[in-house]
Write a protein that binds this ligand. Structure first.
Ligand SMILES: Nc1ncnc2c1ncn2[C@@H]1O[C@H](COP(=O)(O)OP(=O)(O)O)[C@@H](O)[C@H]1O
Ligand SMILES: [Mg+2]
Length: 377
């Protein structure tokens, strides 16, 4: 076959018959068509190649951006101003100005390690657990001499465990609020980082801060994020989480002066925890925080409706009996939702029916959520 169109001679001379001319033109057309097809193929290939490079570029840009981010560190807010917050990094005492979002600004105040406002009076239905936490966390801080005189060491770590929404986080916050100790809070999920060694460094910084500011309570919420059982998969992410946990264990083992730093941890997933953290001298006091019983639920209703405008016909004992298996968080959600029903109905007073409707709605939402997570599982 001919290579280019020009290779096909066109018989334009006088003598050539029309037939010849048409044949020659048809031949040219065929050549053009096949060339066209070839070009299209090349274009497609080039497009695919382009796509590949585009993806690579995106990946690299993303990686580059991540590498440029400053690593996380523990710091105290020194000053809040229009430009942002001046923070002082612990360890090297370096000061830096950082941007703060409006949401964050509300939660920050200078030189404050953030003692949240919860008190023991805001917690219902778990008196026993509350007493035990106070005895093991507060007492050694308030009167360390007592333990010395008796000749025992207070447990170094207290682990709160139980289903979600039972008041574990709340309990730790109340301890923070009702003791003069510095309260340092860290969520396990915040300690899980991509960069090698970063989680372990944060743990180190955290305890360094606690030592500087003692007496101190270190609270690690959702500890399962860093202290889950070793899984079979040996991915690097797992190894990094392991390192973070090892650092935590070595910090806990390293306390010789037990009186001044207490550790509270909380988890909804006790079954998932690596048993290594339960060895003596670590989290050796386990406190189970269960769902409240009917009496507890009634108490929690009363706590969360303190500032609500409640109709005379509302019987919390009856409500509490009706909502078996509800958690403290559920009770709180029922109160808020009941208030919403009153508002929708243009009333300022919340009635018994509002609470019933609220519970129904919450259960419905929960089943919907379950279905959704099933679909995505
Ligand atoms: N025992 C309780 N008493 C009063 N409110 C509770 C109780 N348990 C849970 N709540 C409500 O539910 C919310 C979530 O509870 P939280 O302490 O975060 O649960 P978790 O046990 O999962 O840490 C609390 O802020 C509070 O409003
Ligand atoms: Mg919690």
């Amino acid at each position: 076959m001919t290579d280019t169109v020009d290779d096909v001679e066109l018989p334009y001379d006088e003598g050539a018959s029309m037939q010849k001319k048409i044949e020659a033109l048809q031949e040219r057309l065929e050549v053009l068509e096949s060339q066209n097809e070839e070009m299209r193929d090349k274009l497609l290939d080039a497009n695919a190649e382009n796509n590949k490079y585009q993806q690579k570029l995106e990946r690299l840009t993303h990686e580059n951006k991540k590498l440029k981010q400053s690593p996380l560190f523990v710091a105290t807010v020194q000053e809040l101003n229009d430009d942002g917050a001046i923070i002082k990094q612990h360890g090297n005492n370096q000061e830096a100005l950082t941007e703060v979002t409006d949401e964050m600004r509300e939660d920050l105040s200078p030189d404050d390690d953030k003692s949240p406002e919860v008190t023991f009076a805001d917690i219902g239905g778990i008196e026993e657990q509350m007493d035990e936490v106070r005895e093991t966390v507060e007492m050694p801080l308030i009167s360390p001499g007592m333990f010395e005189d008796v000749g025992i060491e207070p447990p170094s770590g207290v682990l709160l465990h139980g289903p979600p929404g039972t008041g574990k986080t709340m309990l730790a916050k109340a301890v923070a609020n009702e003791t003069d100790a510095t309260f340092i809070k860290m969520a396990g999920s915040e300690l899980v980082h991509k960069f090698i060694g970063e989680g372990a460094k944060l743990v180190r910084d955290l305890f360094e801060l606690a030592r500087q500011e003692e007496p101190a309570v270190v609270f690690i919420d959702e500890i399962d994020a860093i202290a889950a059982k070793r899984t079979d998969s040996k991915t690097s992410g797992d190894a990094e989480v392991q390192r973070t946990m090892m650092q935590l264990l070595s910090e806990m083992d390293g306390f010789d002066d037990r009186g001044d730093i207490r550790i509270i941890a909380a988890t909804n997933r006790f079954d998932m925890l690596d048993r290594a953290i339960l060895r003596p001298g670590r989290f050796d006091r386990l406190i189970e925080v269960p769902n409240p019983d009917a009496e507890g639920r009634e108490q929690i209703f009363k706590i969360h409706t303190r500032s609500m405008n409640i109709a005379d016909n509302v019987e919390f004992a009856d409500l509490a009996a009706e909502i078996e298996d509800a958690s403290g968080a559920d009770v709180k959600a029922i109160c808020t939702e009941a208030g919403m029903f009153a508002i929708r109905d243009d009333r300022t007073e919340v009635r018994m029916d509002d609470f019933h409707d609220a519970w129904e709605k919450i259960q419905q939402d929960e089943t919907e959520d379950e279905n959704v997570s099933k679909t995505f599982a």
